[in-house]
Design a protein around this ligand. Structure first.
Ligand code: ADP
Ligand code: ADP
Length: 219
């Protein structure tokens, strides 16, 4: 599970994230919803130990991300899929990830079929992939260590409706098997069908945090 407590991030005089708190529980998909620039990526980067908070704290599975013994095995993270590994092939990326995590390479083949990347495409340079293919590759990478927690930042960007539908099924299965999912988007329609809870952020602050049914009824 993910616990975020009063996270704040300032860049110079600009406050990107202000006093943000929320929780993501096992067996649930939490949709993290807000317009571009609202502070979603900054929050997720702080949870994943990639950006130090100005104030507050975040834990995953009970400890700060960087204190997990093998974070890559326990937490699958997909941030900024568009910026990945242009020079390598998708297959190389997955093999390297498997090696780093100490996962058998046979797992790479399972993941390729799970995310529906065919072997011919997987041998091409990632720089030649569409954004949707990069999202699939990023999701495969996030899942390769068989994690208990998934954190995905705008994974639907670049996916077509069929891809979004496919990803929704994958995330639903992951949560139904006890996994914890934090899924950000700037579009309600990308998260409303799959999320159990919605945490809404605007201008760096949480403006709503409720069960989806409650929230959608109230609006
Ligand atoms: P979102 O993911 O919701 O689109 P971000 O977390 O990327 O929002 O950005 C939140 C705010 O923080 C924006 O105003 C953005 O310009 C600012 N910001 C993000 N990263 C940096 C950075 N490294 N330096 C300065 N400002 C940043
Ligand atoms: P069902 O549950 O009956 O399969 P859905 O409502 O899940 O129907 O999906 C109906 C159609 O809308 C599908 O073709 C799917 O690919 C597409 N779709 C589903 N979710 C989204 C979304 N968030 N954005 C755009 N299209 C979507």
């Amino acid at each position: 599970m993910i616990h975020v407590e009063n996270l704040t991030k300032r860049y110079g005089g600009h406050t990107a994230v202000q006093d943000v708190s929320f929780r993501c529980e096992p067996g649930t998909v939490t949709g993290f919803l807000g317009p571009n620039g609202a502070g979603k990526s900054t929050t997720m980067r702080m949870i994943a130990g990639l950006t130090p908070p100005t104030a507050g704290s975040a834990t995953v599975l009970g400890v700060p991300y960087r204190q997990l013994p093998n974070p890559g095995r326990e937490i699958g993270v997909l941030l900024d899929a568009g910026a990945q590994h242009a020079g390598r092939s998708g297959l190389e990326v997955l093999r390297l990830t498997a090696d780093v995590l100490g996962v058998p390479r046979a797992r790479v083949d399972e993941l390729l079929s799970l995310v529906d990347l065919d072997r011919t495409k997987a041998r091409r340079r990632v720089g030649d992939y569409s954004l949707g293919m990069r999202q699939r590759l990023g999701l495969a990478q996030a899942l390769i260590g068989d994690p208990r927690v998934l954190m995905l930042d705008e994974p639907a960007n670049g996916l077509d409706p069929e891809g979004i539908h496919w990803m929704r099924g994958l995330l639903r299965d992951f949560a139904d098997r006890g996994g914890t999912v934090l899924l950000s988007s700037h579009l309600l329609r990308e998260v409303e069908a799959v999320a159990d809870r919605l945490v809404v952020i605007a201008g760096g602050r949480i403006v709503a945090d409720a069960d989806k049914a409650e929230l959608l009824q109230a609006t």
